[in-house]
Design a protein around this ligand. Structure first.
Ligand code: ZN
Ligand code: ZN
Length: 360
């Protein structure tokens, strides 16, 4: 196992920069925020550590990219920033996300609540869920995996047309697998940064996708007609587990991070690290490293303490989508459907350590 170990000076420059304007901007940050971010270049930091490489198929080895430090992010003329007029992240679910309507509705509310805490200060809104047929997208049965797939580019065109006036971005989410073009096997997601739209599938994040007994396989000879979407009715949806929720939250925030202009992180272990396969995606943490955190803070303008507190509230509130608003156990008319947050507990401990340092 290799590690990508940058010198303290390299990390300090990546975070603070040598540009006097950005240095003085950094020095104006709250003392606690600087204390936390300075952990980036403290070698004994228990909060942030170097990226580890486990195999030749890991992202950094197979996709060499130029690293992006804070200054490069700051001065990127093409990156999109939310404005008072375009201040909302919209989530559009395509097809059912859960095996019952209630699970599907709750699941998308959990994701909304998570994004609201993660992109603290922006509004996250849900568009009315639509069936696959509403998008008029192309679809196919994958020859290798025999599961249903929908065409990512067609979905992006659909989302672009639907994009509301006040949208910073619209992200589509689906439990159906995606393909970008006929010659490709699959894709986890696809986004257009210029249009501020993205589509991400959680189909492969279920516990069974890669198992022999995956139930999303269709009979090989099943014919599909390009205009008959009835094949999607009652199509297999993985069970919503805590791990699936965690993977979905991670993907969604990583991908929306790209829409803000954050490129793949090569500095420290970080949510914005690229990932080539599921094992590598699982290895990357839910949190941003200080360099990526400064980028996001610069784009949105949140207080880091308030943002972390909102994330802890989301983890603590096992039932409500909007932390602190819906009282627990009050919805007698609904199934008892607690948010499966077990997989987030370790992360919560990490956030609490950050809060302690921020508020010292
Ligand atoms: Zn990425
Ligand atoms: Zn990072």
């Amino acid at each position: 196992m290799q590690t990508i170990q940058h010198s303290e000076q390299t990390l300090k420059t990546a975070l603070i920069s040598k540009n006097p304007v950005l240095v003085s901007q950094y020095e104006k940050l709250d003392a606690g925020e600087q204390r936390l971010m300075n952990e980036a270049f403290r070698p004994t930091s228990g909060l942030f550590g170097p990226i580890t490489l486990h195999s030749q198929s890991d992202w950094i080895i197979s996709h060499p990219e130029a690293p992006q430090d804070f200054e490069e992010f700051f001065s990127d003329p093409y990156r999109k920033t939310p404005s008072p007029e375009k201040h909302s992240i919209y989530i559009q679910s395509i097809g059912s996300l859960g095996n019952t309507r209630i699970i599907s509705e709750e699941y998308i509310k959990w994701l909304k609540g998570y994004c609201e805490a993660f992109f603290y200060g922006l509004t996250v809104k849900l568009l009315e869920p639509v069936p696959v047929s509403a998008t008029r997208c192309s679809f196919r049965v994958n020859d290798n995996t025999q599961n249903l797939q929908i065409h990512a580019g067609d979905i992006l065109k659909y989302l672009k047309k639907k994009k509301p006036e006040d949208a910073f971005c619209v992200v589509g989410i689906t439990m159906i697998d995606l393909y970008p073009r006929d010659s490709w096997n699959f894709v986890f997601g696809q986004a257009s940064l210029t249009d501020g739209v993205g589509i991400f599938s959680f189909a492969r994040y279920g516990s069974d996708f890669y198992s022999l007994h995956y139930e999303g396989k269709l009979k090989k000879l099943q014919k599909t007609s390009p205009i008959d979407y009835s094949i999607f009715d009652n199509y297999y949806i993985p069970e919503i587990t805590s791990v699936l929720l965690l993977r979905s939250c991670k993907t969604l925030t990583h991908e929306i991070g790209h829409i803000f202009g954050l490129r793949h992180c090569q500095w420290l272990t970080c949510l914005m690290q690229g990932s080539n396969h599921l094992e590598e995606a699982d290895r990357r943490p839910l949190n941003l490293c200080p360099i990526c955190l400064r980028k996001l803070q610069c784009a949105i303008g949140f207080s880091i303490v308030e943002r972390y507190k909102a994330l802890v509230r989301w983890i603590d509130d096992e039932s409500a989508d909007t932390p602190g608003v819906t009282p627990k156990h009050s919805r007698k008319d609904k199934e008892n459907l607690p948010k499966p947050v077990e997989a987030f507990k370790e992360w919560k401990e990490w956030i609490l350590k950050c809060l302690a340092l921020l508020q010292k």
